[in-house]
Design a protein around this ligand. Structure first.
Ligand SMILES: N[C@@H](CCC[C@H](N)C(=O)O)C(=O)O
Length: 308
């Protein structure tokens, strides 16, 4: 099984080209592959196939998501614990970069299908394997769906008011009054935060954010299905939205600094967001066939069929 390793602001992914939709992505085999000691290591997996092939292969049982055509490339995203998520903002930049660098796509702008719907991407400048690519992604509508709170880990287990934000996947964002970059760095985001499960029955990505200042915010994130990561693209969109709202503005442009770098989020007066940021492809190779077969076999109790 061939792979390419890439990252967007240090949120890292294994890209798995799979035109024939033959790779068995059972949760346990995904988590073995993403494990940083047992496997190759990554925050998530991006399977590359055409949307129509994924429908035919049973990966998208509900059919094509909104606006996605059969011939569109589809980012089949899995978190490191093997769970499926609707969308990944850093992943979609790496996915687009891989398509261009590998010669599978020769257009500057094209659509990437995701479970949250079609996402238009545009790449400007260099896009080969050894260059840092810049990718702009139309992230679709961003909206709030309630007020809540989040409780972090650490000695004093701070509790912050937070807002629920939908970017195609769910986010709980705490814009903390008076918090600066040093205070943000001192928080324990690695421990699983506590949140209201009735508002987020499928789990949630949690972001802690400094208030908007000079057009920018700093953010840390604990991702659903992964843990603390160095960046989360959909999280930066949710953070920009929450910071703008806290500042009394419906729209604007926000530079979001995360531990792994910086991205730019623009939210229009129509409520739609654009995310612009880097992508790096750092390695390519093949997973040992026997190791992978053992991981897949171990993921399936005897008698159960393959997962897609
Ligand atoms: N890292 C991603 C988000 C990946 C999915 C997320 N963990 C979820 O379960 O919703 C990003 O860059 O957006």
């Amino acid at each position: 099984m061939d792979f390419v390793k890439g990252h967007g602001t240090e949120n890292d992914f294994l890209v798995l080209p799979d035109d024939g939709v033959g790779i068995d992505l059972a949760p346990a085999s995904v988590s073995a592959l993403c494990d940083r000691r047992r496997g190759l290591g990554a925050d998530g997996i991006l399977r590359v196939a055409r949307a129509g092939a994924l429908v035919a292969g049973g990966v998208l049982p509900a059919g094509l998501p909104d606006g996605v055509g059969e011939q569109d490339w589809f980012m089949d995203y899995r978190n490191a614990d093997g769970s499926v998520a609707e969308m990944c903002g850093n992943g979609v930049r790496v996915f687009a970069h891989y398509l261009r660098a590998s010669g599978r796509e020769d257009r500057e702008s094209f659509v990437v299908g995701t479970r949250a719907g079609a996402r238009a991407v545009t790449m400007t400048g260099a896009y080969d394997f050894s260059s840092e690519a810049r990718v702009s992604v139309e992230m679709g509508p961003v909206s709030g769906f309630g007020e809540s709170a989040v409780q972090l880990g650490g000695a004093d287990r701070p509790r912050f008011p937070a807002v629920a934000v939908d970017v195609g996947n769910p986010h709980l964002v705490a814009v903390v009054d008076g918090l600066d970059a040093a205070g943000l760095a001192a928080l324990d985001i690695a421990a699983a935060p506590e949140f209201d499960a009735s508002l987020f029955p499928g789990g949630v990505n949690v972001e802690v954010v400094t208030p908007l200042r000079a057009g920018g915010v700093a953010m840390r994130v604990h991702e659903r299905g992964v843990g603390e990561t160095r960046s989360c693209g959909t999280g930066t969109v949710a953070a920009a939205y929450a910071a703008l709202c806290a500042d009394g503005r419906p729209a604007g442009r926000v530079e979001v600094t995360v531990p792994g770098g910086e991205v730019t989020v623009t939210i229009g007066t129509d409520g739609r967001a654009t995310l612009e940021g880097p992508s790096m492809l750092v390695a390519s190779g093949a997973v040992d066939d026997r190791w992978w077969k053992r991981a897949v076999d171990a993921a399936h109790p005897a008698g159960l069929g393959a997962a897609r």
